[in-house]
Design a protein around this ligand. Structure first.
Ligand SMILES: CC(C)(COP(=O)(O)OP(=O)(O)OC[C@H]1O[C@@H](n2cnc3c(N)ncnc32)[C@H](O)[C@@H]1OP(=O)(O)O)[C@@H](O)C(=O)NCCC(=O)NCCS
Length: 179
């Protein structure tokens, strides 16, 4: 890791989740999604084999934790492992102030230092392409979910060219809380 703390606009710091952050992370996800499923998913993934503690990132300002982004491990048909971005949540009053961007940029910087070939995300097609995400099916990577092409995206990491993985993502059992 080159740096552990990142400062961005509006005095937000992004950092890896630490012990004691769990309740605040739960709160941020519940507020942003206005339902408990995503918070439950984060809690279910924490401690599982899919969890990478340095890739559960929080954004913090003077008021405390205001955003969270999780990159966790999924695999393609039980083979090559990838990173999956999500859930990603910013509290309502801090949305559209660059907090999400700071979280994604920090996470991708860390992801680029790994040997995973891709980051996949199921999300807003108007948001993620700015970070380099492209439609994942064009790369031969599919999702078990019935979602439009433009909402299912992937970003190539440095290890991509060596592996060029193809197949359908298999989500670990913890994801069932979101079904
Ligand atoms: C989506 C989300 C994480 C973005 O974080 P953020 O801190 O608000 O985003 P940023 O400030 O970095 O970026 C703002 C940009 O994101 C865009 N954006 C924000 N929410 C968006 C949405 N729901 N759909 C499309 N674009 C969105 C804004 O239009 C803005 O674009 P612009 O720069 O072209 O004006 C945040 O809005 C959020 O928590 N939303 C509710 C939960 C959610 O939908 N999570 C993501 C699931 S994929």
């Amino acid at each position: 890791m080159t740096r552990n703390l990142h400062k961005s606009s509006a005095m937000v710091i992004t950092r890896a989740e630490q012990s004691g952050d769990e309740v605040a992370i739960r709160r941020v996800n519940q507020i942003a999604f206005d339902r408990p499923e995503e918070a439950n998913l984060v809690d279910a993934l924490r401690g599982s084999e899919a969890w990478l503690s340095e890739l559960s990132l929080v954004a913090e300002d003077d008021s405390g934790i205001v955003g969270h982004a999780l990159f966790s491990v999924v695999d393609l048909n039980g083979g090559v492992e990838l990173l999956s971005l999500g859930p990603m949540a910013v509290v309502s009053h801090r949305q559209r102030t660059g907090v999400g961007k700071a979280l994604v940029m920090h996470g991708l910087e860390r992801a680029r230092q790994t040997t995973y070939p891709l980051v996949v995300v199921l999300g807003h097609p108007g948001y993620y392409p700015r970070f380099g995400f492209e439609p994942a099916r064009r790369l031969g990577v599919d999702t078990p979910y019935d979602v439009p092409d433009e909402a299912w995206m992937a970003l190539r990491l440095p290890a991509y060219d060596e592996k060029r993985p193809r197949g359908t993502v298999r989500y670990p059992p913890a994801w069932a809380v979101c079904d």
